[in-house]
Design a protein around this ligand. Structure first.
Ligand SMILES: Nc1ncnc2c1ncn2[C@@H]1O[C@H](COP(=O)(O)OP(=O)(O)OP(=O)(O)O)[C@@H](O)[C@H]1O
Length: 271
């Protein structure tokens, strides 16, 4: 058993973002979490790597209780569990390789960090990862000089540099055009296929979830209301997740240029 979530709940002052979630992840998969805005997807992901603390309930990984870790143990968990964000979270004025090398920060001493000293093998490794993601020719550029899709691949490279067991991605393609979205999703999928890592990815769009995910979890108002494969995600299941009526159209949650052009729908209208 990898993850075992029991009664996981997160309350904020005025809302319950995640409400009594029970979930098991038995093996390494590519898992997508879908749901309307405010359904609790980000909060769930942020609890898994302890950016948010649960109000109640437990998170176990390989039997270890994660929700109660503190100090060095909590930081060690966070380095096993890399996070990719919608807005990339790179240091814009810093070059691409240095941004990737930041993924090793947790295992370097303060002096090395202060003087930006990296072992040569780490630098080679960073460039290998950039090459794998198809962006090594940008290694010396400042991160801010790259397109959104390229910056997100740098963020994925930084996550890989930390050699995590789990990769969490919080709407990694929400700021990207469809072509870059596909490149970034292909990169994330390859991390699962080639490296066998567990990837859990929040997504706005049903077609992306169906295309890339082995398992799709649907959230509505903090609860898990769907857990199945892309084939099982029927139109009626989707309506249930999004709380939409019969006027709900899949095109409204599509990233595909063709579908959007056909239906003249604004991108991500529902999510
Ligand atoms: N730091 C916070 N303080 C107060 N309320 C919060 C906080 N973070 C999230 N919430 C609330 O918790 C609920 C779930 O938010 P969350 O961001 O997890 O949803 P989401 O499904 O990821 O939405 P989106 O797709 O818009 O990111 C929302 O009602 C939100 O307003």
């Amino acid at each position: 058993m990898l993850f075992q979530l029991s009664g996981l709940t997160k309350k904020f002052a005025t809302s319950t973002a995640v409400d009594q979630v029970d979930l098991s992840v038995e093996r390494s998969q590519f898992i997508g979490i879908i749901g309307a805005s405010g359904a609790g997807k980000s909060t769930l992901l942020r609890m898994l790597n302890r950016l948010n603390d649960p109000t109640s309930g437990t998170i176990r990984f390989r039997g270890q209780e994660i929700s109660s870790l503190t100090g060095a143990e909590k930081r060690a968990w966070q380095s096993r569990c890399a996070m990719i964000f919608q807005q990339f979270n790179l240091v814009p004025r810093m070059d691409v390789v240095s941004n990737v090398l930041h993924g090793t920060l947790n295992r370097r001493n303060t002096l090395a960090t202060m003087f930006n000293i990296y072992p040569e093998k780490d630098i080679h490794h960073a460039i290998d990862i950039l090459e794998r993601l198809g962006i090594s020719e940008h290694a010396a550029k400042r991160a801010q000089a790259l397109s959104g899709g390229q910056q997100q691949r740098v963020a994925i490279a930084r996550a890989l540099m930390q050699d995590p067991q789990i990769v969490l991605a919080d709407e990694p393609i929400a700021s990207l055009d469809p072509m870059n979205a596909q490149i970034v999703m292909d990169s994330l999928r390859s991390i699962h296929d080639q490296d066998g890592k567990l990837v859990i990815c929040n997504l706005h769009t049903l077609d992306t979830a169906r295309r890339y995910c082995d398992r799709i979890i649907g959230m509505r108002a903090g609860r898990v209301v769907f857990d199945g494969t892309g084939d099982e995600l029927t139109l009626s299941a989707a309506r249930d997740i999004y709380g939409a009526d019969s006027s709900f159209s899949e095109a409204a949650t599509s990233t595909s240029v063709d579908v959007l052009a056909d239906h003249k729908m604004p991108e991500l209208a529902i999510a």
